[in-house]
Structure formats: C-alpha cells, structure tokens
Design a protein around this ligand. Structure first.
Ligand code: HEC
Length: 180
C-alpha cells in the first residue's frame, strides 16, 4: 500500500515536471515581446535613395524655391553661402585636386547628386531630422547644388534630373564592392 502511494506521488511529480517544462519551452518559442509591425510603420525608416536613383520619391523643386528653406532651416549652421564654420558642415566649394589637404564638400567630393537627397531627407536639419517634406528636400538640395554651380536657379530637380547631374568628383572613387 505504502509503496503504491509512493509510486503515485512520483508519477504526479513527473507529470508536474512535464507540464512545467512544456510551459517553459512554449514560453521560449513565443517570448511575447513587442508587437507585429504593420508595413506602414516602416515608412519612416525605409528611406534609402541609392546612387542609381532607386528609392527617390516623386516630387520636384528648384533652387529658387529652395533658397527660403535653406535660409530658414539650414543657414544657421551651414552659413549664408554654404561656407559652414568647419570642415564637417561646409557644403560649397573645395577642391579634391588641391596640393594641400583637400576640402571635401557636396560640390567637390560627393560622387552622386542622388544621395544628397537621401542624406538630407534622413539626417537634416540636424536638430529635426526627417521633418522636411519630399518637396522641400528637392528644393533645398537644388539650392545646395546651385550654390556649387552645378544647376541653374530655375532648373527643375527631380528623380530623373538628379541622375543627369555631372558631379565633379564622380570619377574620384574606386568601386570595391565586387572584391571578395
Ligand atoms: C543644427 C545645425 C544644423 C542644421 C540646422 C543643419 N545642418 Fe546640415 N549638418 C550639420 C552638421 C554638424 C553636419 C556634419 C555632420 C557629420 O559630419 O556627421 C551637417 C552635414 C550636412 C550635409 C553633409 C555635408 C557633407 O559633405 O558631408 C548636408 C548635405 C547638410 N548638412 C544639409 C543640410 C540642410 C539641407 C539643412 C537644412 C534643411 C541642414 N543641413 C541643417 C549641422 C546642421
């Protein structure tokens, strides 16, 4: 009799253990953290505009429209003519062929105009990134390109024309992306 009770207790113990481990392993499979993301929630992150122009949104702007955006939202850090106040925030001029250390700006260094859209939409103004509309980004990058003498004041800048802008340093990079 005593032995049978003891067996029963052991059986109960094993059953409890089984339930416990199953519960724990179920928990491990579904940690129940966070929420499932809806595609729309990714809109603010899916912002890549690549050198080949893929990812550039519809919209357009001219430098003459971008002047106002620049003066109100960029000039405080980048200077009236894009001269900045140090090497990091200078946007205009410079020369990669100079004998001294080259001054790298949008005009002298950037190999593509398309990625200027990407950078400004993603990171500027530094105090409020992603606050500009796509139209404002087209306008203000048109103005930066204009200050660098690369586009006319009333030239329409959009996903198509950005690809056609000849950047002075477009041949200044070596493409290592295929080297393994
Ligand atoms: C509060 C200061 C501030 C404001 C306002 C600001 N920027 Fe900047 N910006 C910076 C700084 C600082 C950098 C350098 C960031 C770095 O190197 O990481 C920079 C970098 C840039 C660059 C890249 C320059 C390069 O050659 O690497 C561009 C283009 C640019 N800003 C455009 C804009 C535009 C357009 C606006 C207005 C819509 C704007 N910025 C407003 C501070 C600012």
């Amino acid at each position: 009799m005593f032995m049978r009770d003891r067996h029963k207790n052991i059986a109960k113990l094993i059953a409890c253990f089984a339930v416990l481990t199953t519960t724990l392993s179920l928990k491990a499979q579904t940690p129940q953290l966070g929420n499932v993301l809806e595609p729309a929630a990714l809109n603010g992150f899916d912002l890549i505009a690549a050198p080949d122009g893929s990812g550039l949104p519809v919209g357009s702007g001219t430098a003459s429209q971008g002047k106002l955006v620049y003066e109100t939202q960029c000039q405080v850090c980048h200077g009236e003519k894009g001269e900045g106040n140090g090497s990091a925030n200078r946007l205009v001029g410079g020369n990669m062929q100079s004998d001294d250390a080259p001054i790298r700006t949008v005009g002298s260094f950037w190999p593509h105009a398309t990625t200027l859209f990407d950078y400004v939409r993603r990171a500027m103004p530094a105090t409020a990134p992603k606050s500009l509309s796509n139209t404002e980004v087209y306008q203000v990058i048109a103005y930066i390109l204009h200050m660098n003498g690369l586009v006319g004041l009333n030239e329409i800048i959009d996903r198509r024309s950005l690809l056609q802008i000849e950047m002075p340093n477009s041949e200044g990079f070596i493409d290592n992306s295929n080297i393994r």
